[in-house]
Design a binder for this molecule. Structure first.
Ligand code: NAI
Length: 458
């Protein structure tokens, strides 16, 4: 029987980083993965989506070349070639994770891990591919799966292929002519924007009065207007899907009218849920809440030496959250003082223009009783932004705690936002006072200079 110090179940960002760090910390470590290493993020989420979105962006530049002083003739979008490129990107990165496991001497088991219970002598037993593996410490990192809402026709649509989830979407060999996205959250928006950019007619049906969940309402408006104007995309807000038929989606619109939209593909993007079904967490009495594993600030469950990191704890389903949670868990194992904080985790929507935010909105800060001032800085204040962007209506908002003299939130819409937001996260995390932030020299000309401009407006 194989014995380990640490056994990680799941090889996505949370799981593989945890295994890497545990091995580097001196633990004899194993990892169980039933699919490809890299999990949802690498294989059917973040990375493939970015690969597709980048290709669409290049295509859009070629099509609209006239705006920049050149014309390209006979520009054709070859979706199958784009998918093939995406597969090469994914393969390369998955191989990289494999190499890292090998380099760090992590034993990788291929198969589905099922918890068997406590081992009478040492730690916990997990069965994989007919073998029982024992470890002192367990890390559950089994990720999340698509949430399938109980809407009539959805199960049938998924079975027939008329409805796709993000997974199938990222491998579709052909583009649909007309698509309806159920859900205007992060996945719905990124995928709808991809299709709209390459000429597919898209309607986003979102049951809330705005898209993109908790994202700043001004930013959502800006994004919606861009896609409506530039790509003819349609948004149905406060619209609840009632049924999916063989070739249409039926929803109740904001005025209570029943509308039937014909299309040749439907994207189901109505959320994800923690994936712990079949893992047998009950065998150890691991506490769960609404199907997700409950964890404390060290990523420990209620069972000693059993941790849960990533989407399976349902806290903040983002790959970069999982990375940090993995480090916190390993630090706890090593006795290094550390704890998980979710306040300053940035979030990004990789549309074009990009959307990024960190910390509190003005309303959320006021709800917490903070005295705040907000400034809205047009991206047009950046020379580089004007030089590169003709649309030019992006902006950043900075929320400032006037009593503590600290920045408590930043959000923005406009390109490079995804790369700029970490700077804002650093300002929040380090809690540097405004007087110090103003002394930071920003490179010129860059778009991040709008943040510097904003600091001087406070
Ligand atoms: P989500 O929770 O972000 O959005 C789902 C949307 O669907 C919500 O706005 C909800 O109101 C709407 N909805 C639910 N049922 C509906 C119905 N019957 N009719 C109409 N609208 C309905 O979930 P999403 O987009 O599926 O993403 C799942 C997770 O993956 C999220 O936690 C997200 O943060 C993460 N993710 C992150 C990305 C990033 O960081 N760039 C990219 C993709 C996913």
């Amino acid at each position: 029987m194989a014995n380990f110090d640490v056994l990680v179940i799941g090889g996505g960002p949370g799981g593989y980083l945890c295994a890497e760090r545990a091995a580097q910390g001196g633990f004899n470590t194993a990892l169980i993965e039933k699919g490809n290493l890299g999990g949802t993020c690498l294989n059917e989420g973040c990375v493939p989506t970015k690969s597709l979105l980048y290709c669409a962006k290049q295509y859009a530049t070629a099509v609209h070349g006239k705006d920049y002083g050149f014309t390209a003739s006979d520009v054709k979008y070859d979706h199958a070639a784009v998918i093939a490129r995406k597969e090469r990107v994914v393969k390369k990165l998955v191989a990289g994770v494999g190499a890292s496991m090998k380099g760090n001497h992590v034993t990788v088991y291929k198969g589905e891990g099922v918890i068997k219970g406590r081992n009478p002598e040492k730690g916990y037993d997990v069965e994989v591919a007919g073998e029982v593996v024992t470890a002192d410490r367990l890390v559950i990192a089994t990720g999340s799966v698509v949430a399938v809402p109980p809407i009539p026709g959805v199960k049938e649509g998924l079975a027939s292929g008329f409805i796709v989830t993000s997974r199938e979407f990222l491998s579709m060999k052909e583009l649909p002519k007309e698509m309806v996205a159920i859900g205007g959250g992060v996945i719905g928006l990124e995928m709808a924007c991809y299709l709209a950019t390459v000429g597919v007619k898209v309607t986003v049906v979102e049951m809330m009065p705005k898209i993109a969940g908790p994202t700043d309402a001004d930013i959502c408006d800006n994004l919606m207007k861009t896609y409506q104007k530039d790509y003819g995309m349609k948004f149905e807000l406060s619209a609840k899907v009632k049924e999916v038929k063989a070739d249409s989606v039926v929803f109740e619109d904001k005025d209570g009218k029943t509308v039937e939209l014909k299309c040749d593909k439907v994207l189901l993007a109505a959320g994800r849920r923690a994936n712990i079904q079949g893992l047998n967490v009950e065998a150890l009495g691991i506490e769960t809440n609404r199907g997700a594993v409950v964890t404390d600030r060290h990523m420990l469950t209620n069972v000693p030496n059993v941790y849960a990191v990533g989407d399976c704890n349902g806290k903040l389903m983002l790959a970069h959250t999982a990375y940090r949670e993995a480090e916190v868990a390993v630090n706890h194992m090593l006795g290094i003082k550390d704890e998980m904080k979710y306040d300053n985790v940035p979030s990004v929507i990789y549309t074009n223009p990009e959307v990024a935010s960190v910390g509190l909105s003005k309303a959320a800060a006021e709800e917490k009783g903070l005295k705040v001032k907000e400034v809205k800085v047009p991206m047009q204040l950046s020379g580089r932004y004007i030089a590169e962007t003709l649309r030019g209506d992006g902006f950043a908002k900075i929320v400032y705690d006037t009593e503590r003299s600290r920045i408590v939130g930043v959000c923005m819409v406009g390109n490079y936002a995804s790369e700029m937001i970490y700077g804002a996260a650093m300002m929040l995390e380090t809690e540097l006072p405004l007087s110090q932030l103003k002394k930071i020299v920003f490179p010129h000309p860059t778009v991040c200079e709008v943040i510097r401009e904003g600091l001087f407006m406070l």
